[in-house]
Design a protein. Structure first.
Length: 290
């Protein structure tokens, strides 16, 4: 166990620490998070640990990515447990700034990755990805990582960050990591802790509907997105109290909806189970001989 984890609260002190590491030729692997760490985050940290000299994790519940009626205030903040997990995972520096340190009262500058931010989750959460792109950009400027690790569960976030880094020439390698699932198939998420036992049980149907869609595309060669999303919806509708925000089949690079599935397709969904909004996705590759 790494007993020497350092907690830094000030962006300036964090920047100094990271610039010193980079000046000594050290690589920095960075895992940005909002805390409430679970196995998904721990898999990102483990990979960053394997691939870098130093590992930095940030915990910052970023207000600019929450809408006015969203769960910013009640978002879980188990800081001391998160710190223990980071220490056990071999994290060198935990960056945990307060809101006032990250955003001055007259903060005016935002980063918006056009088009991709307005579809899928962006349609129901206006401004969400502007908040994500802005804070990730700030964190990259503070931490100056060599590589940053993101999970594919937030596929849209990952695609937007990859575009931002390319468009703004940010010298950070973005590493995409697989979705970590519970044995039932439910994708690990900090918001799973909002689910009651019965809701958690029902939530397995999200990944089941994705597996069905993947089979329809890869095994049966079905190319009509509407047919596939209808089959998925019929599974989701068996969950009492579930509400479909979206089920969509898109181009994995541009996130544009597909009219026909030619080869690679992103199958993505957002479903409310009770009051909890869950997202999940998978990639399916249609064999061109079908
Ligand atoms: O995925 C998250 O936890 C957040 O959106 C991120 C990338 C840490 C930005 O606040």
């Amino acid at each position: 166990m790494n007993t020497r984890i350092k907690v830094i609260r000030s962006p300036r002190a964090m920047q100094d620490a990271c610039l010193k590491l980079r000046a000594r030729g050290k690589t920095i692997g960075f895992v940005p998070t909002m805390g409430a760490l679970h196995d998904g985050h721990l898999s990102l940290i483990a990979r960053a640990r394997r691939e870098n000299d130093a590992v930095v994790v940030s915990i910052f519940v970023n207000p600019t990515q929450f809408g006015p009626s969203e769960d910013y205030l009640k978002y879980p903040r188990p800081f001391s447990h998160d710190k223990d997990l980071c220490r056990a995972a071999g994290v060198d520096i935990l960056f945990a700034p307060g809101v006032a340190a990250m955003y001055t009262q007259d903060h005016k500058t935002f980063v918006n990755v056009a088009k991709m931010s307005d579809v899928l989750c962006g349609a129901a959460r206006p401004g969400h990805f502007r908040g994500v792109a802005t804070v990730v950009n700030k964190l990259f400027n503070i931490v100056a990582p060599s590589s940053a690790y993101f999970g594919k569960k937030d596929f849209q976030q990952l695609a937007i960050i990859k575009n931002m880094v390319r468009d703004l020439n940010i010298p950070v390698k973005i590493v995409s990591c697989p979705i970590i699932r519970e044995p039932s198939g439910l994708a690990r998420s900090s918001r799973n802790r909002y689910l009651s036992d019965i809701e958690r049980d029902h939530a397995q149907k999200l990944s089941r509907s994705l597996s069905l869609a993947r089979r329809l595309i890869t095994r049966d060669g079905i190319s009509n997105p509407a047919r596939i999303t209808a089959e998925m919806a019929s599974i989701i509708k068996t969950i009492p109290g579930a509400r479909i925000d979206y089920i969509k089949i898109c181009n994995p690079e541009t996130l544009e909806e597909l009219k026909t599935i030619e080869t690679r397709a992103l199958i993505a969904l957002a479903i409310f189970i009770g009051k909890t909004r869950l997202i999940d996705n998978c990639i399916a590759i249609r064999d061109v001989v079908n």
